[in-house]
Write a protein that binds this ligand. Structure first.
Ligand SMILES: CC(C)(COP(=O)(O)OP(=O)(O)OC[C@H]1O[C@@H](n2cnc3c(N)ncnc32)[C@H](O)[C@@H]1OP(=O)(O)O)[C@@H](O)C(=O)NCCC(=O)NCCS
Length: 232
């Protein structure tokens, strides 16, 4: 191991304090006001910027998560970041765990045009277009997607309606088109996405699952790492 300078050791020792400060900042007293401001359509971009500015960025902002929940119907867990924080990227009903990392240009689809019917156009299945009293194929919210904790989704990933669950610790390679569920701690790649390998041995996976480390705030994890190897 490379010997560390006294400054580096001191900096590492201060990490729990820095994490506590970040966690404390992640919920601004202005949160309720920002929730109301977001209702005004032309204030939406500004509201997001304020959430990020006041609460330490999208990775931390509790108010932005509340807005996504209340106004867009999606749950995004603590510290998860990337394209999943963009309003409208995740269909209503999507649940994302904590500590997920998501690249750019994610596309999530929850239903397909009806390929086995005489016509494909949404006039003939989507009641929102005004010609049917109800949808004639299940709505997006009837086929919700659940993404586990500490999942890594690469750039330009497409998740199609056949995938309902992506397990904890899974990795979706850049450019993958995911058509089925992804098992926990498995790396999938390609079009259609197929498993490349499991990331970890069964014993390590059991240890991670038993610890449920993702339920802890960052400050707690850094102060008292519940699993070895967390801090390098
Ligand atoms: C999947 C990934 C994590 C590498 O995982 P890995 O297990 O280390 O894979 P390897 O590099 O050993 O490659 C294993 C095989 O998968 C293939 N592979 C790797 N990435 C792939 C991809 N994105 N799509 C298709 N195949 C891929 C490799 O070509 C290799 O194939 P081969 O065995 O026929 O030679 C990486 O390639 C990737 O896609 N990272 C995402 C980067 C990104 O989008 N970041 C955004 C920032 S959040």
């Amino acid at each position: 191991m490379v010997p560390r300078s006294p400054e580096a050791v001191a900096w590492q020792a201060d990490a729990p304090d820095r994490a506590r400060a970040r966690d404390a900042r992640s919920r601004s007293p202005l949160g309720p006001l920002l929730l109301r401001l977001y209702r005004v359509r032309r204030m939406r971009r500004l509201t997001r910027r304020l959430c990020e500015r006041l609460e330490g960025g999208g990775m931390y902002s509790a108010t932005w998560r509340e807005i996504l929940r209340e106004r867009h119907g999606v749950e995004v867990g603590r510290y998860s970041y990337g394209a999943i924080l963009e309003p409208g990227v995740l269909p209503p009903g999507t649940v994302v765990g904590g500590y997920c990392s998501v690249g750019a240009q994610l596309v999530v689809r929850r239903r397909d045009h009806p390929t086995d019917r005489p016509v494909l156009h949404p006039f003939f299945y989507n009641s929102r277009l005004g010609f049917l009293s109800r949808d004639t194929i299940p709505a997006d919210a009837d086929n919700p997607l659940t993404i586990g904790h500490d999942v890594w989704i690469g750039d330009r990933v497409t998740i199609l309606s056949g995938c309902k669950r992506i397990g904890n610790g899974a990795v979706i390679a850049a450019g993958a088109v995911v058509t089925k569920d992804v098992a926990p701690y498995t790396i999938v790649a390609g079009v259609p996405a197929r498993p490349l390998r499991k990331r970890l041995d069964d014993e390590t996976i059991a240890r991670l699952e038993n610890s449920r480390w993702w339920e802890e705030p960052l400050s707690e994890l850094i102060e008292r790492p519940p699993v070895s190897g967390l801090l390098g």
